[in-house]
Design a protein around this ligand. Structure first.
Ligand SMILES: [Zn+2]
Length: 619
């Protein structure tokens, strides 16, 4: 991407801003109409000045700042309009000429929060009942300012009667007006606020002096009726993470859990909080919680792995951070891959999953990667380097594309690292020791300590000497057709397939509203009959079926998930009638193996390390 090249010229005049304060007021009373009104007052000095909108968003690993939704921009000084001009190359930069005798400017704009849409924080974030506020969407900052040095004094006006939660320390509140304590731009952007008409905060206990909270905003009061048992799992999660890392890097920790069927579903990490969003009934429907049981553990782990310890390439600008410089994703298999592994391990350790759920999830991950044609052309390393484009890629032909595999394949690789350490040390050491040394240290507030590939290798060698560089490079550069299943095998289990659709598989199918027959006939079908994807090289794809067509009938009978499963269970070739645009086509699929779903079974005679790995450490 081409960058605005004059940054260095403008950097110097803004040094004086260090220690000065920007006043930012956000009026969120129109949140139910998906509009946010922003007004800020910032120090300025006569002459040319450039205002930037945050472009590269921490945790999203890409240039995802939603600049197209910034509207109604007005810059003024003493009530007089100052014309602005957008940079011709950098769409996130606005140039102004500050008149002589001016010491502050007023910058106002509106932000349109999108309607129902996927994506991360720039996806749907508000309903008539709730909203999530991410400050990176609601501020412009002077180019050249150091995000750690630039102080923001923020206020937020919520819709009447709405309650809220955030990690951002509060100075005072009255009615629906919240005044935050002054915070650096870094901290402000790192501290989203969730709010809503149906809102509850649960205390999850303290760990080494730091309190933890679960703030739940939902589209209904019913969705907030969280059982003591479910609350207990999240309390256990706090204890297990503390036992794993041994120290934390936050003053307090806040899960901002947004439950709605009409916002984007994802999790985004911060030092002292996470922005977690799933369906409305996740906390009152056991299968729904089961399908996303790894989510809060994953985002919590990021406070250590991702925020405190961060690949240098994902921290452009170093300690101060920078929102206008490209990120480099090549170590995302550590940032996201290790987090994926640890999040999944913490789910059974905290009771959010039972051991069987964990194994079924691991089997699904192994099967997904072991049946992926795309691994013969794209090495894992490239999925990390190309993350910023792959996040935006469609979900069709995923087994040919091989998308953001540094998540699931991270799970397999870090399991293999864990099992290898346990084997070589005869059970004396494990990956937990690496995490304690690499991510723990001493308790502190938010801090960042960057690393490179060599630091990861050195950290592993300090726990257990081995050719870790050789091991990791082989995994990262491989174009082998088969997935690295060595961790599962070393841990005493193996991947098998049979016709049994497990409770976990059903829960995930129901949550995603799909029928997943990827490992038999080779298709995933959405609720409305659309074929979400085909397995590249699988029976349906070989017969000519493509993703994104509509499945109309199976063997002459109208499509339903049951009709499709029964046709596959006949163990005879099947005819699929599909609608592709305006055209109807029938494909004869030559498959007669019946339903097939992946599972893990014990490899008798080998020690069961997997059960040791997922056992609770705190009782
Ligand atoms: Zn993550």
């Amino acid at each position: 991407m081409v960058r605005f090249a004059t940054l260095a010229l403008f950097a110097l005049p803004w040094v004086f801003l260090h220690g000065q304060t920007v006043k930012l007021s956000v009026d969120a009373t129109d949140a139910p109409r998906r509009l946010f009104h922003v007004h800020s007052t910032m120090p300025a000095k006569a002459g040319p000045m450039t205002l930037l909108y945050p472009e590269w968003i921490p945790g999203e690993h890409g240039p995802t700042g939603p600049i197209a939704n910034v509207v109604g921009l007005r810059v003024e000084s003493g009530g007089k309009r100052i014309p602005w001009k957008r940079d011709a190359v950098n769409m996130f930069a606005f140039h102004i000429d500050v008149p002589a005798g001016t010491s502050t400017i007023d910058v106002a704009f509106d932000f349109i929060s999108p309607p129902e849409s996927d994506g991360f924080t720039s996806g749907a974030s508000a309903t008539t009942e709730l909203a999530v506020i991410n400050f990176n969407q609601l501020l412009l900052y002077p180019e050249g300012a150091q995000p750690d040095g630039l102080q923001y004094q923020a206020t937020l006006k919520a819709p009447d009667g709405w309650r809220y939660g955030t990690a951002l320390p509060i100075a005072r509140e009255s009615g629906n007006q919240i005044e935050f304590q002054p915070a650096s731009m870094t901290t402000l952007i790192d501290s989203p606020v969730s709010m809503g008409a149906h809102y509850r905060t649960f205390e999850l206990g303290t760990a080494q002096g730091a309190p933890h909270y679960l703030h739940v905003a939902a589209d209904s009061d019913r969705a907030l009726e969280v059982s003591p048992e479910v609350q207990g799992h999240f309390k256990q999660l706090v204890k297990e993470a503390d036992a794993l890392f041994g120290a934390h890097h936050y003053r307090s920790y806040h899960f901002l859990y947004t439950l709605s069927d009409h916002v984007a579903h994802f999790g985004l990490e911060h030092h002292e909080s996470s922005d977690d969003r799933t369906g409305e009934r996740t906390l009152i429907k056991p299968d729904s919680l089961r399908a996303s049981g790894y989510l809060l553990p994953h985002e919590f782990v990021h406070s250590w792995n991702g925020k405190y310890r961060r690949p240098a390439g994902l921290a452009p600008g170093g300690k101060d951070g920078k929102y206008d410089a490209p990120m480099k994703g090549e170590l995302l298999w550590v940032y996201e891959g290790l987090t994926n592994y640890l999040g999944e391990v913490l789910a059974p350790r905290s009771g959010l999953w039972n051991p069987e759920d964990y194994r079924e999830s691991l089997a699904a991950t192994a099967a997904e990667l072991d049946n992926e044609y795309g691994r013969t052309w794209r090495p894992l390393e490239d999925t990390a380097v190309a993350a910023q484009v792959l996040y935006e890629a469609g979900g069709d032909y995923e087994t040919l594309r091989r998308s953001t595999d540094f998540y699931p394949e991270g799970t397999l690789i870090w399991l293999e690292v864990d099992a290898t350490i346990r084997q070589l040390s005869n059970g004396a050491k494990s990956l937990d020791d690496f995490c304690r040394a690499f991510h723990g240290g001493t308790n502190s507030g938010p801090a960042m300590n960057t690393y490179e590939f060599a630091d990861v290798v050195a950290g592993l060698n300090a726990v257990q000497p081995y050719d870790w560089a050789g091991f990791l490079n082989a995994r990262l550069k491989s174009t082998e057709a088969r997935a690295p299943l060595g961790g599962i095998e070393k841990a005493g289990w193996k991947l098998v397939y049979d016709g049994v659709r497990s409770e976990f598989w059903k829960a995930v199918e129901e949550e995603r509203k799909v029928a997943n027959l990827m490992y038999s006939i080779g298709i995933v079908v959405k609720e409305d009959g659309t074929i979400g994807d085909v397995r590249y090289g699988g029976p349906a794809q070989k017969a000519g079926v493509t993703p994104a067509v509509k499945l109309i009938a199976v063997n002459g009978r109208q499509y339903t998930p049951v009709a499709l499963r029964e046709a596959v269970d006949r163990k005879r070739p099947a005819d699929l009638l599909v609608k592709n645009g305006e055209f109807y086509q029938t494909f004869h699929v030559d498959y007669s193996g019946g339903e097939r779903y992946p599972h893990l079974v014990r490899e008798e005679g080998k020690p069961d390390l997997l059960s040791k790995i997922i056992a609770a450490k705190v009782h």
